[in-house]
Design a protein around this ligand. Structure first.
Ligand SMILES: Nc1ncnc2c1ncn2[C@@H]1O[C@H](COP(=O)(O)OP(=O)(O)O)[C@@H](O)[C@H]1O
Ligand SMILES: O=P(O)(O)OC[C@H]1O[C@](O)(COP(=O)(O)O)[C@@H](O)[C@@H]1O
Length: 336
């Protein structure tokens, strides 16, 4: 009697992140070398609901290793928030006789897997893919390193023109509700101020504004140069433009605003993201072979660690305290 060839499916969901293609590629190549069949569903969970898929072959995935975005496309799928949608997604997995589904995405995508588990009996494995790095139980998510590099390169250019005009610049970076990008980018570019959820809660906004106006005025008196404020999106009420207006009204400080936005999501993944995604993609197929289920695979101190999906959606990953400390000491050094 011939045994059935295991069949593995992959999808990418939520905000796309550079390195998702590298993960898809690694999964496909690992399946190919083990003799498994491998298919990809398009547009996040929509692909399951609409039964939209393609066969993944080495020939298809190999050229995508260096490409940003995701060849499987991504989406935020509203239907998955309904029980009918989840049932429909499960039916598609049954229809294709899938043994395991690997989802590359963030905590929202993992919540989708928790729902899917109630309706489908196959194995579910998650890989952390989001530029925000806001998933606990992994040192870094796929895409974070590239997004930070992209934002830092853009800010280096902004710094040149800011220096030339001795300007105050407010640069808004992504991160939804966490400051991993803001702190990494702010530290890497020597920002004079980093405003993020970790050091700037709503009641403190007025005090922060006072501190900023004092620091900028002091800096403008003692030396010439630029003053760079890296501000996390969704942090300042009304956004970076409202902060610009407040600085003008409070202390007649002129500033320029730059919102980096989706530039941070695109571009060729840096080597670290390619390696991380390749390692986790291969580990995901091995996890399927080991009958693992309902886990996220993340890299911690160089090792691949499996954590229950439940824990990954419940636990919070704080910005490293060292980064907060480094920023505070940089500020002190600057004003001394
Ligand atoms: N509570 C939930 N139940 C079922 N599916 C969910 C849930 N939360 C999110 N999802 C699915 O995961 C998708 C991606 O989630 P989102 O939060 O937008 O991005 P990310 O996965 O990057 O955090 C959503 O569009 C939805 O299809
Ligand atoms: O592209 P959209 O749908 O406007 O989403 C923007 C959000 O997506 C992100 O780029 C990535 O977030 P997720 O990976 O959690 O989806 C956030 O930083 C940002 O707030």
């Amino acid at each position: 009697m011939q045994l059935k060839r295991p069949k593995i499916a992959v999808l990418t969901s939520g905000g796309d992140a550079p390195g998702m293609n590298a993960a898809i590629r690694a999964i496909t190549l690992a399946c190919h070398s083990s003799g498994y069949s491998c298919i990809g569903f398009f547009h996040g969970y929509n692909g399951l609901i609409d039964d939209e898929w393609c066969e993944l072959t080495p020939r298809l995935v190999n050229p995508t290793l260096q490409q940003g975005g995701t060849l499987l496309k991504s989406a935020r799928c509203k239907a998955m928030l309904t029980s009918d949608g989840v049932k429909q997604a499960a039916n598609t997995l049954y229809k294709h006789d899938i043994d395991a589904l690997i989802v590359v995405g963030g905590d929202g995508s993992f919540r989708g897997m928790l729902e899917l588990e109630k309706e489908w009996r196959g194995q579910l494995i998650g890989l952390p893919g989001t530029i925000d790095n806001d998933l606990a139980h992994c040192d870094a998510t796929i895409g974070f390193a590239t997004a930070v590099q992209t934002a830092a390169s853009a800010i280096d250019k902004i710094r040149d023109t800011a220096n030339a005009f001795e300007r105050v610049f407010i640069v808004e970076v992504m991160g939804r509700h966490s400051g991993h990008i803001a702190f990494a980018v702010g530290l890497a570019t020597g920002a004079e101020a980093i405003l993020s959820f970790e050091n700037c809660q709503p009641p403190q906004h007025d005090a922060i504004l006072s501190e900023l106006t004092t620091a900028i005025t002091q800096q403008q008196q003692v030396r010439h140069g630029s003053y760079l404020i890296v501000c996390a999106e969704n942090l300042w009420p009304g956004g970076a433009s409202a902060l610009q207006k407040a600085l003008k009204e409070r202390a007649a400080i002129d500033s320029a605003v730059c919102i980096l936005g989706h530039i941070q999501r695109g571009g060729s993944p840096v080597v670290n993201d390619r390696l991380l995604a390749s390692k986790l993609g291969l580990a995901a197929v091995e996890a399927v072979e080991q009958q693992q289920h309902m886990v996220m695979l993340g890299e911690i101190a160089g090792n691949v660690v499996a954590t229950a999906l439940n824990a990954t959606v419940q636990d919070h990953k704080p910005v490293a305290s060292f980064w907060l400390k480094a920023h505070r000491s940089a500020l002190k050094g600057d004003l001394a």
